[in-house]
Design a protein around this ligand. Structure first.
Ligand code: ME8
Length: 599
């Protein structure tokens, strides 16, 4: 049942008011049931009624060039954005770069460059990678932009006015690499390359330092129960469930207040605290607000902010699932609809890092394996729940098997002039393939038809839950079934002079092209170029490629098929050329001396 729009708007205004006053008259004054209802409203009702959708990637640090993991986050977000567009949503997709903080300040110094020039150079490298890989972002944000700095200052002022920021003194561990504060239990012992004992973050392995300074603190501790209520009331707020449970677990312990500024004498590269030129705003508070800046904060963010979805790597879950919702609750703003978390790509079982020399360059790889090839690989092999190891060999094997042989082979067979001399979408004959068994088809054929008919719903469910690999698994299984169908009936053996055989042959090809049309349509978010080539070859026009157009094999259900008799597209080139290992080896980058040495 659709909830009347008026009702939704009213209830959300009420939520907004409740949240705005939540710190002064805490939400905990409400019964547990009421609290859950309030928070559930903020997270779900708007989305159901609104045809707008807003998806974000993390904004990436500009201290180093992009690597495969960064492309992975962008490809997932791009896939969900394109999927929503196919569904007729008005979708906004933001990515960009995180340019403030000590780590960037130090990287620019080490490179001997002016800090902003350094940031611009690296930010452009990210932008170039994303453009080259068909990442169809609608907004590219840099945190050094004026509009973002204004949004952060406004956000800070709101938190301040609500009494959520106070001047205090922070003493504890800090990791500059992670730009993160750590409790003693999150820190362990390790040895640096010279054998000296150091302290490191147990989670990231990065070095930590003891710091003691006067700065501004955010009353994070006040939000623990509201965060717990939000999560308990919205089990789908963090996906997959394994990460949802991890956050619930973290919230079992007290939350310390959070330092949200650094002394300007130590950190100049950042946004000054409004009204206190001696302090710089903490880079994570600055960075998280980027999602609001793109949405139009502070004046006109509601359309997008009410339907926000974040893609994040598991390394930054705490910032997105604890700090960010607490800041938003404090500022009286709705919480994101979903935080989709993904795991990491490793190389040789190890996290990619410059010092290990195992960083995979995504631009180089997408030139080697094609942009769509790389996109397909990342989404087919990447599993959100667990880390995945990258090798060139895996990419080659997968792409050859599924894109070149299985999908490409099917298209090639079914459009070959030998079988289809007229080069048209042939007719379907109901007597050859009646809805009740009895024509020339066998039980496996009906199973295949069922699987393809259900495929859009299956794929939809997997896209919605960010299990893109499962969507691709299902598509790939159907492609195999269609190849089996063609193989079983061997249309090349039929006698074209016999009219019954000719009808059956046309029916086999018609059914196979219908299957291919469904695969091409459903694969658009993953491999836009290949899908376009496939659909063009089938003669499917750009305005016939949305989710609403899938309608598989209408002739089987006694309806007209708009494609029947239509000329095929003229580009009969291979859908995806097989990759040969000797060609890949030739193109492989030469290892640097440092990398050889470390190996
Ligand atoms: O953390 N595998 O930026 P960042 C998969 N600026 N994904 C990976 C990955 C890997 N090996 N390595 C990185 C930051 N990523 C902050 C974010 S958001 C307000 C601020 C991806 O440059 C993954 O999405 O370190 C991870 O969360 C992100 O890159 C971290 O990028």
């Amino acid at each position: 049942m659709r909830i009347p729009f008026l009702f939704v708007t009213r209830s959300c205004k009420a939520v907004h008011r409740l949240q705005q006053s939540s710190f002064l008259s805490p939400v905990s004054a409400l019964s547990s049931h009421q609290r859950i209802a309030v928070l559930r409203n903020t997270s779900t009702h708007f989305c159901k009624e609104d045809r707008s959708y807003y998806i974000t990637t993390p904004i990436f640090y500009v201290n180093a060039s992009p690597h495969l993991g960064h492309l992975y986050s962008a490809v997932i977000a791009d896939c969900l954005h394109r999927y929503k567009l196919l569904h007729g949503f008005n979708s906004k997709f933001a990515t960009g770069t995180d340019e403030h903080g000590l780590k960037i300040q130090q990287a620019a110094e080490a490179a001997g460059k002016d800090t902003l020039t350094f940031c611009t150079d690296v930010s452009e490298r990210f932008r170039h990678l994303f453009n080259s890989c068909n990442i169809s972002y609608t907004d590219y944000i840099r945190t050094t932009e004026h509009s973002h700095c204004q949004a952060v200052k406004h956000f800070w002022a709101v938190l301040c006015n609500k009494g959520l920021i106070y001047k205090g003194s922070y003493e504890g561990w800090y990791s500059t690499q992670d730009e993160s504060f750590l409790t003693p239990s999150q820190v362990g012992d390790a040895w640096d390359s010279s054998g000296k004992e150091i302290k490191v973050s147990l989670e990231s392995g990065h070095k930590v330092e003891w710091m003691k300074e006067e700065n501004y603190m955010f009353r994070l501790s006040a939000f623990r129960f509201q965060l717990l209520d939000w999560l308990r009331g919205n089990p789908g707020a963090i996906k997959p469930v394994r990460f949802y449970q991890a956050v619930l677990q973290w919230l079992q312990e007290d939350l310390p207040d959070l330092s949200v500024s650094r002394q300007r004498s130590r950190l100049q590269w950042g946004i000054p605290v409004p009204g206190d030129a001696e302090q710089t705003i903490y880079v994570w508070l600055d960075a998280l607000v980027n999602y609001l800046t793109v949405a139009g904060y502070p004046d006109k963010h509601s359309q997008w902010w009410n339907v926000a979805h974040h893609i994040v790597g598991k390394d930054i879950l705490k910032f997105h699932a604890i700090y960010w919702p607490a800041f938003l609750l404090g500022a009286g703003l709705p919480l994101p609809q979903t935080i989709y978390v993904h795991s990491h790509w490793t190389v040789g079982g190890k996290k990619m890092s410059k010092s290990l020399g195992n960083v995979v360059d995504p631009l180089e790889r997408s030139q080697m394996f094609t942009t769509d090839g790389m996109r397909y690989f990342l989404l087919r092999q990447g599993v959100p729940d667990s880390d995945c190891d990258y090798t060139d060999n895996k990419v080659m094997k997968l792409l050859n098997a599924e894109l070149a042989d299985s999908l490409g082979g099917l298209l090639n067979r079914c459009t070959a002039p030998a079988l289809n001399p007229a080069q048209v979408y042939p007719s379907f004959c109901r007597q050859c393939l009646p809805s009740q068994h009895g024509g020339r088809a066998v039980v496996e054929d009906y199973q295949m038809l069922d699987a393809v008919k259900n495929l859009p719903a299956v794929v939809e469910q997997h896209y919605e839950s960010m299990h893109v690999y499962k969507a691709l698994e299902a598509i790939s299984a159907c492609v195999r079934q269609t190849n089996g169908f063609v193989q079983r009936h061997a249309p090349w053996k039929l006698d074209r002079m016999d009219s019954k055989d000719q009808h059956w042959l046309d029916t086999i090809i018609h059914v196979s092209l219908e299957c291919l049309r469904i695969y091409g349509t459903l694969l658009q978010p993953i491999v836009p170029e290949i899908s376009n080539k496939l659909l063009c070859r089938l003669g499917v026009q750009p305005d016939e490629r949305s989710w609403a157009d899938v309608n598989f094999l209408p002739r089987y259900q006694g309806m007209d098929c708009p494609f029947e008799g239509r000329a095929l597209g003229s580009d009969s080139g291979l859908l995806f050329s097989r990759l040969e290992s000797q060609n890949i080896d030739k193109q492989k980058p030469k290892k640097t001396k440092k990398a050889e040495h470390l190996k």
